[in-house]
Structures are given as C-alpha cells and as structure tokens.
Write a protein that binds this ligand. Structure first.
Ligand code: 8NA
Ligand code: MG
Ligand code: MG
Ligand code: MG
Length: 353
C-alpha cells in the first residue's frame, strides 16, 4: 500500500510538527532514565486519554521556521527566494520570539527586520566568523525536499541557500543538505521495495561529494573555520553514515546509538541520529510496543534524549514522507499545535506539483 503523494506531503509536515511538539517537553526535563522506552510509551498512550486539553503540546522554533520556508516556497511557486525567506524569518521572530530559538540565531533573526544589502551577511558574522553549526538549518528544511524539482542538484543548492541565511558553518549547512536529501529519498521511495542499504549508500554518495576537499560546499565556508569546532571538511557526516550499517546489524542499544551518532544541538550530532531513527524503526524495536512505524520512529527519536524536539521533528519529517499521513492519529493531530497549518501548506505544495 503505497501512500499517495498528497498523503506523503501531509505526512512529512505533520510528522515534523508532531515530533517537535511531543519532543519539546523532554528537551527541558530530559527523558527519565529508569527504563529505556517505558515512560515514553506511557506518555504516548495518555495522548487523547488522560491528556486531552487542546493545544497541550506547543510547537517550538523548529516548526515556526519550517512554516516560514513552506510559506515562502508556496508564494514563490516552489522556488527558494532568500530575501523573501529572510523577511519571513524576521517577521515570525518578532511576532513570536518565545518559541525556544537557539541562543545565537536570535541576533540574525533580528537583523532580518532591517534593510540588508546582503541577507547572508549576519549569519557569516556568527561565532567570530566561523558561522553556526547548530541544527537550525536542518530542523526546518523539509519543505525544500517536498517541492517538485527535476534536478536533484538544484534541490541541494536550495537547501544550502536556506541554511546559509542563519548557518554559514560547513557542518551547519551540510547537515541541512543531508536532512533534505533524506526527506526527498523517503518521499520517492516505494515502501514495498525499500532497500535500507541502498538508502544509506545514496546519502553517503551525496555527502562524500559535499565533504570532499575542494567541493563547492567547502568554498562557501569561511577560511577561518575552525575544524575542531566543526568547520570545513571534517567528514563528520560520512563518518556517522558509515556507522549506520554496523549499528543496524548489531541492533545497537539506544544509548550506544546516541553516543556514536550524537543527540546534541549541533547539526552533525543530530541529523544522522534522526535519519537512523527512521531506518531502525521500519521494523519493530524491542521495548516499543507500538506497531505503528511512524509513531515508533518519533518515540525512538525522543528516547535518544538531548535535543529531543529537533531530532524527533527531523525523524518525523522523514517517516511522514515515507508512510504518509494516515498513521498519524486524530489524537496527535488535535493535541499538537499547528498540524492544521501543516496540512494546508502540504496541500498548497501538492498544488504546485
Ligand atoms: P544557533 O545558531 O544559536 O545554534 C545553537 C547553538 O549551537 C548555539 O547557541 C551554540 O551553543 C552552538 N553553536 C553553533 N555553532 C557554534 C560554533 N561555531 N561554535 C560554538 N558553538 C556553536 O541556533 P539553531 O537554530 O541552530 O538552534 C537550533 C536548536 O535550538 C534546536 O534544538 C531548537 O529546538 C533550539 N533549542 C534547543 C535547545 C536545547 O537545549 N537543545 C534549547 C532551546 C532551543
Ligand atoms: Mg525547538
Ligand atoms: Mg527547543
Ligand atoms: Mg531542539
């Protein structure tokens, strides 16, 4: 049963919102360590039963920025317009500054409300010129992957541009490219014939090109990038993608997955973990009772702990693009703030198709 394109576009954006909303409470307090999946399983079971209050789960910066990208792409018929997107980011931040934005990106968002000759300049100034490697570019990129794009390389450039508005560090925008490609591949994979190894190999192929010395990606980076802080050509993404097959093979414990792939606020220590969550949860996971692979993916991603909302949001976007919107329960849709807008935006992207 292959979901329709419309269902997959909706699934992607609603999956992203759900991961953000359900992961956000754990970003603050952490996942209780007592048993691996137990407390989250209880939490998920309470949604719609014990927990019924509408809009109980508020979305955060992840969704706020993702919506800006979707809206800008819709208005520009699927094309990325950096000036328009910068404007939308600035307006959104002014309108709702308390969505839990990253500590440093705020100054860039404020600058977008001024007249700028070069909208990329504020991001270049971040971290003494080395740029941000936070996961803020990756967490919001899904709509770029959903737009019709005949040319895969053009989509990669659009992902890069969308990231560079706030994240000029090599790892910041390369993580955005990786997440974009993962969503794109999931959207265009047939669940009936899905091949995990081929999926990993395709992502590796893209990242080997990006992380190769002398790649266009390397040229965008500032010369004073500090490689120890995650600067140019660190190979952070290829290294982690190469761990996927052995980790899947041995069915590694979730603590080991978090330790090896990362669960942090930096892009290189969160994007691989989100993609891995999707791949691991295509089949049952010991300790997670849910037979719904999309729910399982989001639960697993939150269980990695650390930057829970963002990892779950990125994993939810990939899983939703793959499984479609049908596995996302009505309870989730009413309990998570902003799923209605996600559906509307997905439909508008469908109309571009
Ligand atoms: P950002 O650009 O402010 O980066 C986030 C953080 O990463 C920065 O505040 C720094 O601590 C660190 N960082 C990034 N680049 C460098 C560098 N070159 N050198 C040293 N440190 C660096 O914002 P963003 O949009 O990337 O942030 C996205 C994250 O912020 C998401 O997780 C989102 O949910 C939100 N958020 C996360 C937390 C959390 O504690 N995990 C809390 C609040 C908000
Ligand atoms: Mg957030
Ligand atoms: Mg947050
Ligand atoms: Mg986060």
């Amino acid at each position: 049963l292959t979901p329709t394109l419309r269902s997959r576009l909706q699934g992607c954006l609603v999956g992203a919102v759900s991961g953000d909303c359900l992961g956000a409470p754990y970003e603050i307090c952490g996942v209780p360590p007592k048993d691996t999946f137990g407390s989250l399983t209880t939490f998920f079971e309470q949604i719609g039963t014990e927990i019924k209050e509408k809009d109980y789960f508020r979305y955060t910066d992840d969704t706020a920025m993702c919506r800006c990208i979707a809206e800008s792409l819709i208005e520009n018929k699927g094309n990325l317009n950096s000036e328009d997107l910068a404007k939308k980011f600035g307006i959104e931040y002014t309108h709702a500054p308390n969505r839990g934005y990253g500590a440093n990106v705020i100054s860039v968002l404020k600058a977008f409300n001024k007249d700028l000759d070069d909208v990329f300049e504020p991001a270049r100034m971040q971290f003494k010129g080395s740029g941000s490697y936070g996961n803020g570019g990756a967490m919001r990129v899904a709509p770029v992957a959903l737009c019709p794009e005949a040319d895969f390389d053009k989509m990669i450039e659009a992902a890069r541009q969308s990231a560079l508005l706030t994240h000029s560090n090599f790892n910041g925008y390369c993580g955005t490219i990786l997440q974009c490609c993962a969503v794109h591949l999931a959207l265009h994979s047939d669940p009936a014939t899905f091949d995990t190894d081929a999926f990993i190999d395709r992502l590796l192929e893209v990242m080997e090109k990006e992380e190769a010395p002398g790649s266009p990606a390397a040229k965008v980076s500032r010369p004073n990038n500090d490689s120890t802080a995650g600067g140019t050509q660190s190979g952070e993404y290829c290294r982690r993608l190469r761990l996927f097959k052995p980790l899947l093979e041995e069915d590694a414990d979730i603590k080991k997955v978090a330790a090896e792939l990362g669960n942090e606020i930096s892009a290189h220590k969160s994007v691989p973990a989100a993609i891995y969550s999707f791949l691991r949860c295509r089949t049952p996971v010991e300790g997670i009772s849910s037979s719904n692979a999309l729910e399982r993916t989001i639960l697993y991603a939150i269980s990695l702990d650390g930057d829970t909302d963002t990892i779950a949001s990125m994993a939810g976007a990939i899983a939703g693009a793959f499984y479609g919107v049908e596995p996302i329960s009505a309870d989730w849709r009413t309990m998570c703030e902003g799923t209605d807008v996600a559906i509307r935006q997905a439909d508008a992207i469908y109309d571009i198709h």
